[in-house]
Structures are given as C-alpha cells and as structure tokens.
Write a protein that binds this ligand. Structure first.
Ligand code: DC
Length: 230
C-alpha cells in the first residue's frame, strides 16, 4: 500500500502525540515528536547558562547552536522513538514544567526553527511518517496527504497535563499549568515565524469531550479514507 504523510498540529496538550503514536504503530510508520526537538534545544540552553532568572540570552544560544545534535532512537519496550541530545536520552528531562515555561520563546527564534525544520523534512523524506507539532501541515509538510488540527478547551488541556506531571512526581500547581498552557497558546499563535495556524486543508478535531478511544476511532477513519484514495 502507498505510504502517506500525516501532519498533526494543534495547541499544547491536545493529545497530538498520543494519537500520533497510536497511528504510527498501527500503520508501521515513523513517529516524530517535533515539539521534543524544540524542548531538547531548550534543555540544552538551560544546561549551558543561556537561560537564567527568567532571562533568555538568544545570542549566546545561537553561538553554540552548532553543538546541538538531536536524534531519535526507537525504544522497542515503549513502541516509539525517544529523543536524544548529544547522545543522552532526554525524554524525561525535557517534559518538566521548567522546560515548558521557556520552550515557546526558544521556538520563536527563526534560526532555531530553520535548523530543526531542515531535520524534520529529511526525516519525512520517504513518507510513511506521522509528525506532530505546530507548523507541520503549514511549513514542514505542506503537501501532506492528511492534515489534522487538534483543539480542546484550555482547562481540559491543563487538567490532562497537570495529571501527567503529578504522575511523574513533579510538584506543580494546577494554576501554574493552566497559565503555562495559555501563555504557550499565545506565543505559539502570535510569533512571526511559522505561527500556529490551521492549514486551509486541515481537518479540525476538537477533543474536549472525547475520550482516547473515540478520538482514535474518528482519526483512524479519516486515515483509512485517505489511504483508500492513495
Ligand atoms: O508539542 P509540545 O508541547 O511538546 O511543544 C513544545 C513547544 O515547542 C510548543 O510550545 C511550541 C513549540 N513547537 C513549535 O513551535 N513547532 C513545532 N513544530 C513543535 C513545537
């Protein structure tokens, strides 16, 4: 069967990566979490003193950007690829609220976007890829056969993210998580370079009132319709 490209964009904590992983597993496709790449650069910036006391030193980060090597390695036990920064598995380290609080500022820097988008395009060069992010259907794969745009209310997204962080043992408040969700929505949607917008040919999925099974069924149905035509 012909392989396609599936682009999943949308607001933070809308469950993009959950459904992307499910689809990639079902179809035998590569799954790429592009947000993890922006998170890894943010983590690198924190480690190298480019973020201090709520200040982000863009020039300092750009001067060492060539030292950032991001790769993905498939973990058979998990069934998806984990992200590595200069050879270190940073899958856990990049999901903290501290990283979330800076990642949107890092992702607004055009030089950083250019570098990561180049890698993303290469990873999807042979199709058979499910990639989630903010600009996948608009910038990275404008010709993707299927584009989804995921939304849900900020409150339900914050609740999902809050529960995830608690499960990981992070000591956070619901208010801080909700503020972060809203702040990131604003920065991601209003930045100059590749803002989060729904591609004109994307299908919007509002999963505020859907459970994971309902969401997967709706999306799998859309995938099968496209595959049947491909
Ligand atoms: O999907 P996520 O929440 O892990 O993404 C983290 C941040 O990275 C998000 O706030 C915006 C940014 N991002 C982006 O600008 N472009 C992408 N393709 C993916 C993520």
């Amino acid at each position: 069967m012909k392989k396609i490209t599936i682009a999943i964009d949308g607001y933070s904590s809308t469950g993009k990566s959950t459904v992307a992983k499910q689809l990639a597993k079902h179809l035998g496709y590569i799954y790429v979490d592009s947000g993890a790449m922006y998170r890894a650069v943010t983590y690198f910036a924190m480690q190298h003193g480019c973020i201090d006391h709520n200040q982000f030193d863009k020039a300092a980060l750009l001067s060492i950007l060539d030292d950032v090597a991001i790769s993905f390695k498939f973990n058979p036990a998990l069934g998806y690829a984990e992200v590595y920064l200069n050879g270190e598995n940073v899958e856990k380290a990049i999901r903290t609220l501290a990283v979330s609080e800076f990642v949107s500022q890092i992702a607004a820097v055009p030089e950083i976007r250019a570098q990561l988008v180049k890698i993303q395009k290469e990873m999807g060069g042979n199709k058979g890829v499910v990639m989630d992010g903010r600009d996948i259907g608009t910038v990275v794969f404008p010709n993707a056969e299927l584009k989804l745009f995921m939304t849900a209310s900020p409150e339900i997204r914050a609740e999902r993210r809050y529960n995830e962080l608690l499960q990981r043992g992070e000591d956070v408040s619901f208010e801080a998580v909700l503020r972060n969700v809203k702040d990131r929505d604003f920065i991601d949607s209003n930045r100059k370079d590749s803002p989060l917008i729904k591609a004109s040919d994307a299908i919007e999925i509002d999963n505020t009132d859907m459970d994971l099974k309902e969401q997967y069924d709706v999306i799998l149905n859309l995938v099968n319709q496209v595959l049947n035509k491909a």
